[in-house]
Design a binder for this molecule. Structure first.
Ligand code: 5AD
Ligand code: FES
Length: 353
């Protein structure tokens, strides 16, 4: 699919014609990754963050947030729950937190790797290659790092670099692939200042880098941030150029992503479930997605990981999310995924078990 065609679909308003896009995406999903919906247990291990991303509710400048960092035992208890629930993998996510030291994470990864058959995914922000290598050696399989937007100017504005260190997420993604990770990325849809052109380019980049996992969700203004306040007005483009942060546009991106990356793992995201609690999860799953990431973070920490307001499931328990996901998956005639559900076959670590 050429960029012009991607752009045309993104701008398409006709419901009947869009039906063709949904049917195509669902067909490619079924043919290439099947009916299994893989479940990844999400553990939000720390909400400390040194970055000042203009969109994110837990950025370093957000005042009045209680910060937490889970200890080893608390994380291991979540891992046990994930195993008990029968999920095939764990995603450990955090703000960019130097307090999560190289050795803390590698010891944790080594323990999970030695005691479970879970695929291990990390999503801990931009870290040094030494950290990434160490964690890979300890047994980590995958790493998630969204590039957020492929417009370099917009990216710089919403994602300031740390002093003396230019943030280049594409080069980090490539390095992670060289180190041996399956790599995951994604963007937000409807960032103030995001044009249709750059969104089409984002989708082309998913294909160019042959990303293993691609998560997309709507941008949701957060009150603790620049983009959630009056400053955002200065970012918006003319209405005909500005991408809206709505459900329909997000679903188009999910469907187009499936068409350009037929074998990738594509989650139905929490941000989409936040703007459509009733059916957002199912709609993404029937228009290209094949993964869900039920939250297993303990409730008292979960409420503190509010990257945007009204985040779906924030007041639920891991058990409630488990039952809810299972019901939703069955309601659309799909089946629960078995095993780690990796893009590139089973990892050498798991194969050796
Ligand atoms: N709205 C929607 N998504 C957000 N994220 C961060 N802040 C927001 C927000 N305000 C997304 C980013 C990040 C991921 C963990 O959450 O894409 O990579
Ligand atoms: Fe958490 Fe539905 S997935 S309540």
């Amino acid at each position: 699919m050429e960029k012009d065609e991607i752009l045309r679909w993104l701008r398409e308003k006709d419901e009947a014609r869009l039906e063709e896009l949904w049917v195509r995406a669902d067909g490619v999903r079924r043919a290439c990754v099947g009916d299994e919906v893989h479940l990844r247990g999400l553990v939000e291990i720390s909400n400390y963050c040194v970055r000042q991303c203009r969109y994110c509710g837990i950025n370093a400048c957000s005042q009045g947030i209680t910060r937490y960092r889970m200890n080893r035992q608390e994380i291991i208890e979540c891992i046990h729950e994930i195993v008990r629930f029968g999920y095939g993998s764990v995603v450990m996510q955090s703000g960019e937190d130097p307090g999560l030291s190289r050795s803390f994470v590698s010891d944790l990864v080594r323990e999970i790797s030695a005691t479970t058959d879970l695929a291990i995914t990390l999503s801990l922000g931009e870290r040094e290659d030494e950290d990434l290598r160490d964690w890979k050696e300890a047994g980590a399989d995958r790493y998630l790092l969204r590039f957020e937007t492929s417009d370099p100017e917009l990216y710089r504005k919403i994602h300031p670099s740390l002093p003396g260190k230019t943030s280049d997420r594409f080069s980090q993604l490539e390095r992670m692939r060289d180190i041996g990770y399956e790599i995951g990325t994604g963007v937000m849809v409807g960032i103030p200042g995001q044009s249709w052109q750059t969104l089409a380019q984002d989708i082309e980049i998913f294909r160019k880098y042959d990303m293993d996992m691609i998560g997309v969700g709507p941008f949701l203004p957060s009150p603790h941030t620049a983009l959630g306040g009056p400053e955002a007005a200065g970012f918006y483009l003319d209405p005909e150029d500005q991408v809206p942060n709505d459900e329909l546009t997000t679903l188009k991106v999910v469907a187009l992503t499936r068409l350009v990356c037929p074998a990738s793992n594509i989650p139905s995201t929490t941000a989409l479930a936040t703007i459509d609690p009733e059916s957002g999860r199912e709609l993404a799953l029937t228009r290209g997605a094949n993964v869900v990431m039920p939250n297993v973070t303990p409730p008292h920490y979960r409420v503190l990981y509010e990257i945007y307001p009204g985040k779906a499931c924030i007041h639920e328990t891991a058990q409630v999310c488990r039952n809810c996901m299972e019901r939703r998956i069955h309601s659309i005639g799909r089946v629960l995924g078995k095993g780690p559900g990796g893009r590139r076959g089973i990892s050498p670590r798991l194969a050796a078990k």
